[in-house]
Design a protein around this ligand. Structure first.
Ligand code: NAD
Length: 473
């Protein structure tokens, strides 16, 4: 782990194995931190906050972040290969993620010296102004589906605003966060400003979010863990950003550009084998174009071959045996309730990778709103199709789950698209291109998908507090 710039073992000496999900083989080990290690990391980050980091000017903070972006790009090939080996995702997707991670550092580098307050006119006898101060030591709990990019998404704005950070990557995918700690140091970040501790959620993540010196927790992961994190942050009145996944709809209306809708739907559900918090895992389609969409989607899904991420196949494995069993459980449950499986629907063995965690690209058709697979996040390559009879019904169906992360719509009628955007429960809406946007577009949820915003300028709000100073003169 990296604490205070040093590479350290866990005090208890325990290690965790990391696996290649395509083969099930062990590819590395890293330390299993406990609460004593968490204490060390947080007190180090606190010392750095009150010490060296305070005397680095905002412009220099920006230069450090820019150098970090450049160093990530220099090392992109190695980082992408490691990320593919640990997460299973196809190499081109990992390369895209590494470039996006560099992009976050670059984007927030530009903001480091532009976080400025206001002056408030109170009349000639007063002077009043605000300062933007860092919140303090921030904790970053990272999931396994986008390891480096999620780390960069939180750490870059936190550092830009003058905070320090303790990162706890997922126990399945910790290696690139550890490398990032070295890159940040090489870029000139003072020791201790960003510490990375590895370990299990309950042993390392729990003590980190409960630590009284943590001022803000940025969490990405499941709804139950998010609730636990929020409760533990409440005990010491730390603020939280929760990004908890979704069951996001891709709405296709009768007047849509069907070519674009087909491409958008495939990308929405099969990127990273569906293990994406903002995946479009529900296709909500108007009845008159349902058959046309299915005729196009099914053969395209069947053509997606599975393979080792390093060979850059259309689709890689899912992250773990547990995740594979969870996806299989959902699909078996749906089959037992006579749901129509249009394609896929089972675990597959891929040649020469018997120990791998592969699930066939799957489409479940004509599902009622109360079907379990429509309501719950499966987090796998499983598209759930819902048929509607009007644009109004499409909005009701889109809103018919407890989630509200993103929503997409395909239609040539821009007024209709904007009415959908107005009425849908979602933190972001994609019109005629699913996943439109990027680093600069604010991202976050409503309802059980969480709250707080990451990405864009909106993310910075979590990482500074406003102090107002008023003088009688
Ligand atoms: P999780 O929420 O348990 O884990 C996410 C992160 O939280 C990991 O770093 C984990 O170590 C940490 N964590 C776990 N328990 C903790 C605790 N008590 N305190 C602090 N941190 C803790 O998710 P998971 O078990 O890896 O995956 C389960 C499901 O979560 C998936 O099937 C999927 O539905 C969902 N998920 C969503 C996202 C997303 O991007 N929204 C990402 C990963 C998983």
């Amino acid at each position: 782990m990296v604490i205070g710039g040093d590479h350290v073992e866990a005090a208890g000496g325990r290690m965790i194995e990391t696996l290649d999900p395509a083969t099930g083989h062990v590819i590395g080990h890293f330390p299993a931190a406990d609460s004593g290690d968490v204490d060390r990391a947080v007190s180090n980050s606190r010392k750095a906050l009150k010490g060296d980091w305070q005397s680095v000017t905002p412009a220099e903070r920006g230069r450090i972040l820019n150098r970090t972006a450049a160093l990530i790009r220099n090392d992109a090939d190695r980082l992408a290969r490691i990320e593919t080996l640990e997460s299973g995702k196809p190499l081109r997707e990992a390369r895209g993620d590494i470039e996006t991670a560099a992009g976050y550092f670059e984007y927030y580098a530009g903001m480091a010296d532009k976080l400025q307050g206001d002056s408030i006119p109170l009349g000639k006898d007063f002077m009043s102004f605000t300062l933007h101060e860092p919140v303090g030591v921030t904790a970053h709990i990272i999931p396994w589906n986008f390891p480096l990019v999620t780390t960069a998404r939180g750490v870059a704005p936190a550092l830009a605003a003058g905070n320090t950070a303790v990162v706890k990557p997922a126990e399945q995918t910790s290696l690139t966060s550890l490398i990032l700690a070295d890159i940040l140091e090489q870029a000139g970040l003072p020791k201790g400003v960003c510490n990375v501790i590895t370990g299990y959620g309950n042993e390392a993540g729990g003590p980190l979010t409960a630590h009284p010196d943590i001022a803000h927790v940025t969490f990405t992961g499941s709804v139950p863990t998010g609730k636990t994190v929020m409760k533990s942050a409440a005990d010491h009145v730390a603020s939280v950003t929760l990004e908890l996944g979704g069951k996001s709809p891709v709405v296709v209306l009768a007047d849509a550009d069907i070519d674009a809708a087909v491409e958008g739907t495939l990308k929405a559900i099969y990127l990273n084998a569906g293990q994406v918090c903002s995946a479009g895992s529900r296709l909500v389609v108007e009845r008159s174009v349902h058959a046309q969409m299915m005729d196009r989607l099914v053969p395209r899904a069947e053509a997606l071959t599975l393979g080792h991420g390093l060979d850059d196949p259309p689709l890689g494995p899912v992250i773990s045996a547990d995740q594979l069993a969870r996806i299989d459980g959902y699909v078996r449950g749906a089959k037992s309730r006579s749901v129509k499986v249009a394609t896929g629907g089972s675990i597959v063995e891929v040649d020469s990778m018997e120990g791998g965690f592969f699930f066939a690209p799957t489409i479940l058709d004509d599902l009622p709103i109360d079907e379990v697979v429509v309501q719950e996040e499966i987090f796998g390559p499983v598209l759930c199709v819902q048929i509607v009879d009007s644009p109004e019904e499409a909005i009701a169906v889109a809103n018919g789950t407890e989630f509200g992360l993103v929503a997409g719509i395909y239609t040539r009628d821009i007024a209709r698209a904007l009415r959908f955007a107005r009425d849908v429960d979602a933190g972001q809406v994609f019109i005629n291109q699913f996943f439109a946007g990027g680093i600069a577009t604010p991202f976050g949820g409503t309802k059980n998908s969480g709250f707080g915003r990451e990405k864009g300028l909106a993310a910075l709000a979590s990482y500074f507090q406003v102090k107002c100073i008023t003088a009688r003169i």
